[in-house]
Design a protein around this ligand. Sequence first.
Ligand SMILES: Cc1cc2nc3c(=O)[nH]c(=O)nc-3n(C[C@H](O)[C@H](O)[C@H](O)COP(=O)(O)OP(=O)(O)OC[C@H]3O[C@@H](n4cnc5c(N)ncnc54)[C@H](O)[C@@H]3O)c2cc1C
Length: 429
Amino acid sequence: MKTIQSEPRIVIIGAGFGGLQAAQSLSNAPVQVLLIDRNNYHLFQPLLYQVATATLSDDDIAYPLRAILREQKNLEFLLANVKQIDLHSQKIITDTDEISYDYLILAPGSETNFYRNESLSQHSFGLKNLQDAHRIRQHLLLQFEKASREMNPDKLKALLTFVVAGGGPTGVEMAGAISELAQVVVKKDYPDLDFQEIRIVLLEATDKLVSHLQTDLSKNTVISLSRKGVEIMFGSKLVDYNGEIIRLDPFQTFPARTLIWTAGVRASGLMDLLGLSQAGQKRIRVLPTLQLPEFSSAYVIGDSAYVENSEGKALPMTAPVAMQQAKHAVRNILANIAGNPLKSFTFQDSGMMATIGRNQAVAQIGKFRFTGWIAWLIWLFVHLIQIIGFRNRLLVLFKWSWEYIFYDRTGRLLEHQAYIKRDMDESNP
Ligand SMILES: Cc1cc2nc3c(=O)[nH]c(=O)nc-3n(C[C@H](O)[C@H](O)[C@H](O)COP(=O)(O)OP(=O)(O)OC[C@H]3O[C@@H](n4cnc5c(N)ncnc54)[C@H](O)[C@@H]3O)c2cc1C
C-alpha cells in the first residue's frame, strides 16, 4: 500500500451506499483516501430479491469497485475484512494489515438479525448479500424439482409452502416475487404440478404491511399481494422453525420447507466491538455532526449509525439516508481540516416505495402517493437509474423487458453444489 504523509488520511470502512458515496465525494479534496471492503464490488441491495427469484444475475447488481473508482487519483482500495478498530490510537486491524488514520468513516452497514434464535438462523434464509440470494434461488428451484416427483401429499404440501417472515418492503417484494416465480416456473416447466397446491405465506407480527408508508398504501399492498395469491397472516409472531414446522405465537403450527427471514436487521457486528453506546438494532449513537462522542475524528454513517429525525424517531436503514450522511460526513471532515465549524445532519426525505410485482407497486413521494402501474413504472425508473454502470442498466432493462413480454426468467439454473446435496439428503433420509 502506498502512503503519502503530507495530506490527511481518510479511511472509509465499507463500500456500500454510504462508503462509496463518501469516497466519491472526496474525489477533488486534498486528502488521501483508503477505501476498505471485504468484497471487491459494490452491491445494489434493493434488487437482491430479483437475484433470489431468478430474474437477475449477480453481475447485474454488483459492480467491481476498482472499475468504479479507477479515475480517482487520491484513492486506494483495499480488499480486506476489518477485524478491530482502536479508536484511541486511531488504528484499524484487518485480516491482512494494520492501518492508521487521521479521519475514519465507518460505513459497514447491517446484517440479518435472528435475535439469537439458533434454530431460526440455522434453518431460515436471510437476504443481505449475494450468497444469501444464491442460496434462496437454489433452494426455491429445488423445491419445485422435488415436488415434481413427490407422491406423499403431506410432503408435497410442505415442499410447496413458501413462508416469508416480515411485512416490510423486502418481505413484500420477496413474497410477490416468489408468487410470480411460481407462476412462471411451475406453469411452464412443471405442467404436471398443480399451481393451486402452492402456498405463499407472508407473516407479519403487527396489523400493517410496509408500516413506514401511509395507511392507504399499506392497504393497497395487502390487496395487491392477495390478488397474487399471497396469504397474509397479521399478528403472527414466528417463534420457532426447525426446517420442517413453522411455529407461531399465538399458537399455531404448519409445515413448510422454506422460510425466508426478513423480519430482523441489526447494525454490523463491528459496532459491538467499539464498546460505545448502542441504540435500537445495535446502531451506534452518533452526535448530530455524525461524529462518535469522544472520538471526533471518527464518523459513523448509514445502517450502522443511530440518528433521530426532528420528531425523535430513528432514521430508517435506507440507501438515501446512508448517501446523504456520507456527503455530510465528508463536508464536516473537510470543514474540520480547514478549521471551520461543523454542521448537524438533517435528512431530506425524498420518499419511499415498494414493488409487489408485475404492474404493482406503491410509492410515496413528498405529499404525492401512487399505486398500481404508475407506481410500478416509477419504481422501475428509480431503481434502473441507480444501478451502477451503463452495461448493467442495459442488461437489467433487457431482462425486465424479456420477462414482462415472455413471462420468462433466465436465471433458473440449479447447480449441483454441496449445500444442495445436503438439502436433498435431509428430505430423503
Ligand atoms: C434485500 C434488501 C432490499 C433493500 N431495499 C431497499 C430499497 O428499496 N430502498 C432503500 O433505500 N434501501 C433498501 N435497502 C437498504 C439499503 O440497502 C441499506 O440501507 C444501505 O445499503 C445502507 O448503506 P450502508 O452504506 O450503511 O451499508 P451497505 O450498503 O450495506 O454497505 C456496507 C459495506 O460494508 C462492507 N463491510 C461490512 N463489514 C465489513 C468488514 N468487517 N470489513 C470490510 N468491509 C465490511 C460490506 O461488504 C458492504 O459493502 C435494502 C436492503 C436489503 C438487504
